[in-house]
Design a protein around this ligand. Structure first.
Ligand code: ZN
Length: 266
């Protein structure tokens, strides 16, 4: 009763979405993984079956993209299935911002610092923890917040174009408690040139959330935080126009809208 045909199913997403892929449990099934955007992403087994999460980068070309799923059975047998994700485009407006000149015309020292920190962050994101630390839904870091502004916006700082906004900005006065969106491991908790006081959490499966511009950091790198744990206090450190929380999410190399994590079911 082994189906040899490749079953193709279709999921729909917009640029910047986190997409959960779920497959049912089967007897003797010992492993599932997906190849998405040239990365091999493992699935995690739960009572409900197997799941993983992939990210649609905010700049991914609209159209059909496929994830190739591989199933491995205890007798060594394997099976493949193609999951197609139909990516739709999303409108990203341009915002013009005025910040302290030192964040736009960098001194040699600040340029070297920013480059070093970029490499440090890239190294963090290059680590794919092959398990999920979380089992509950993701939540907003500030209770009661229903939306954020400007995810994916093209940005011009002091009349100079810069990278698109890779997170959502949440209204917050200085001192507002910032809660971990889900269970995970703190992988970075320090002051960064652009991000100010920053906390990065690895949730596993390549899913990261970040909390930037904090007035205070209240966690240590390496520690496991539970969903809702206070990781810091909102502030206005780094390249900002005023106090707020920049909440970002990343899935392997995809910059995703953190609010799309809230829709993941499991
Ligand atoms: Zn921001």
């Amino acid at each position: 009763m082994n189906l040899l045909a490749v079953i193709v199913t279709m999921l729909t997403a917009v640029q910047g979405d986190a997409v959960q892929i779920q497959v049912p449990g089967e007897p003797d099934l010992v492993g599932v993984d997906a190849v998405w955007n040239d990365h091999r992403i493992p699935f995690v087994q739960t009572d409900a079956g197997w799941f993983t999460v992939v990210g649609v980068d905010l700049a991914m070309a609209p159209g059909e993209h496929s994830a190739e799923l591989s199933f491995t059975y205890s007798d060594g047998r394997t099976r493949r299935r193609v999951e197609t994700i139909n990516v739709q485009s999303r409108e990203f407006p341009t915002t013009r911002l005025t910040v302290e000149p030192k964040y736009v015309e960098l001194s040699a020292e600040n340029q070297a610092r920013a480059t070093r920190e970029r490499e440090e962050i890239d190294t963090v994101y290059a680590t794919l923890t092959p398990d999920a630390f979380w089992r509950e839904p993701f939540r907003v870091p500030i209770p009661g917040t229903t939306g954020g502004r400007n995810f994916g916006n093209r940005r011009v700082f002091n009349d100079q174009p810069r990278a698109p906004h890779s997170g959502a900005d949440l209204k917050a006065v200085t001192g507002t408690e910032i809660h971990a969106a889900n269970r995970g491991r703190v992988v970075l908790a320090k002051n960064l040139f652009y991000s100010g006081n920053a906390v990065f959490i690895d949730h596993g499966l390549g899913v990261y959330t970040v909390y930037l511009h904090l007035s205070e950091i209240l966690v240590e790198p390496g520690s496991i935080v539970e969903r809702g744990h206070v990781v810091g206090l909102a502030g206005a450190t780094g390249r900002v126009t005023g106090p707020h929380l920049h909440w970002g999410a990343r899935i392997v190399d995809a910059r995703v809208d953190p609010f799309s994590l809230l829709k993941l079911g499991n």
